[in-house]
Design a protein around this ligand. Structure first.
Ligand SMILES: NC(=O)c1ccc[n+]([C@@H]2O[C@H](COP(=O)([O-])OP(=O)(O)OC[C@H]3O[C@@H](n4cnc5c(N)ncnc54)[C@H](O)[C@@H]3O)[C@@H](O)[C@H]2O)c1
Length: 397
């Protein structure tokens, strides 16, 4: 199959992610069949798509007449077979539970035609494990959109252990046709690219606050006003949901061990059901609106600490041949809204400076999360220090 042969897309699950994915697929001209467990949920999903398309028309991002045209391309059904039998590609966005996903993929495999690619939007589960429930593991791939898919321009395309190069490249082309910038995650590792770098950063700031070296507000003011992040890291944690983060932290700990040791900072909030924005309470009190982070606290936390662990995690991704520097940087800029990616930052700061800081932190705390990646040691050993020497993660001419 070539990407041009794709006409029909099945989107399974019409919740937060599914309805957004259906919308962008239909906007790109595909016939979409959206599947969910009952018609009420599907009707709500269609309403949300309509609302979003009307907003885009108001902002002149699409033509007013396109609203009904795009909507006419989306069918809904509760019968998986109605969507799967004609699908060239199926994109799964059902809840993050491995057994549910495996059961669905086994059914999709039986129903869909032989050429169909079956993609999962999972954030944390193994593409390879999901692929084992089918007879076509070469056609199973990760297609990780960001929330909300209608507005976030990034898609991580993930190669499972058995995903063929053909499947990977058709999926990447498809995501581009759906208006996304694609980064390739060459291995099926937990956290993929963006959440792995974010995971390292979350751990650093959680532990720093837990050790009482800085406060939540000091960290958030510093990353927001000094580093130019779109929101504070604790603000982001509340926004994502502390329960969701705790689940990701567990997955990361299982995958990477002590290097991603989760911090108990949010445990009492979790026990009290204070899960962040969705419950009005988390690290911040959201009942009074978005947190007002004081500018005067900026600089009270050293943002080089965040940069240092981010550069180190980027180095691990490259060292393990999971991702290329440009994809890591693109991922952090588009997926997390950082002004610069960690490889660009590292090269600008000087990899020797980053390594020095890591060594200091590692000897001070003795925590694996600060252990320098061998790739950084290697680059610095070879005099590959970043911009100042003409070569670091990138080559400068
Ligand atoms: N929410 C996010 O920010 C986000 C971002 C990226 C990826 N993801 C991933 O996307 C997936 C979906 O997440 P979500 O936030 O959209 O979840 P959600 O709970 O909002 O939506 C899931 C939908 O799937 C439906 N569903 C459940 N079982 C089904 C089945 N067997 N067949 C058809 N529909 C079924 C549910 O009724 C629900 O409407 C998860 O794997 C999640 O990890 C989520």
């Amino acid at each position: 199959m070539k990407v041009e042969d794709i006409k029909n897309i099945a989107v399974i699950g019409s919740g937060t992610m599914g309805h957004g994915i259906a919308q962008i697929a239909a906007t790109a001209g595909y016939n979409v069949t959206m599947v969910d467990v009952n018609n009420e949920i599907l009707a709500r999903a269609i309403e949300k798509i309509k609302w979003s398309l009307e907003k885009l028309a108001e902002k002149r991002r699409i033509k007013p007449e396109d609203v009904s045209l795009i909507l006419s391309r989306i069918k809904t059904t509760t019968r998986l077979e109605d969507a799967a039998e004609s699908a060239d590609v199926a994109i799964e966005a059902i809840p993050e539970k491995i057994e549910l996903k495996k059961e669905l993929f086994a059914r999709l495999d039986q129903l869909a035609s032989k050429h169909a690619i079956l993609a999962t939007n999972t954030s944390s589960l193994s593409i390879t494990e999901i692929s084992r429930s089918t007879s076509r593991p070469d056609k199973i791939v990760g297609m990780h959109f960001f929330n909300p898919p209608q507005l976030m321009s990034l898609c991580e395309v993930i190669k499972g252990q058995f995903t063929s190069d053909e499947t990977l490249s058709i999926t990447a082309e498809l995501a581009k046709k759906m208006g996304k910038t694609v980064i390739i995650c060459k291995k099926d590792v937990r956290g993929f690219i963006v959440n792995r770098v974010l995971g390292a950063v979350f751990n650093e700031v959680f532990w720093t606050v837990y050790r009482k070296e800085s406060t939540i507000e000091e960290v958030d003011a510093s990353v927001k006003y000094k580093a130019g992040f779109p929101m504070g890291i604790f603000e982001l944690a509340d926004y994502v949901g502390l329960d969701v983060l705790a689940n990701v932290a567990k997955v990361m700990y299982e995958a990477y061990g002590e290097r991603m040791k989760p911090c108990p900072l949010a445990t009492s909030l979790l026990n009290e059901g204070k899960l962040g924005q969705k419950t009005s309470q988390g690290f911040y009190d959201w009942s009074i609106g978005r947190p007002r982070i004081k500018f005067t606290l900026a600089g009270k936390y050293d943002i080089n600490r965040v940069y240092t662990v981010a550069v180190n995690e980027a180095a691990w991704l490259i060292h393990e041949d999971v991702a290329d520097p440009v994809d890591i940087d693109t991922g952090m800029k588009l997926g997390a809204g950082w002004p610069s990616g960690p490889c660009e930052l590292g090269d600008r700061l000087g990899l020797d400076v980053v390594l020095g800081k890591l060594r200091d932190m590692y000897s001070k705390y003795g925590e694996e999360m600060y252990r320098p990646c061998p790739l950084l040691e290697d680059y610095v050993g070879k005099g590959r220090l970043g911009k100042k020497t003409g070569q670091g993660f990138y080559i400068y001419k």
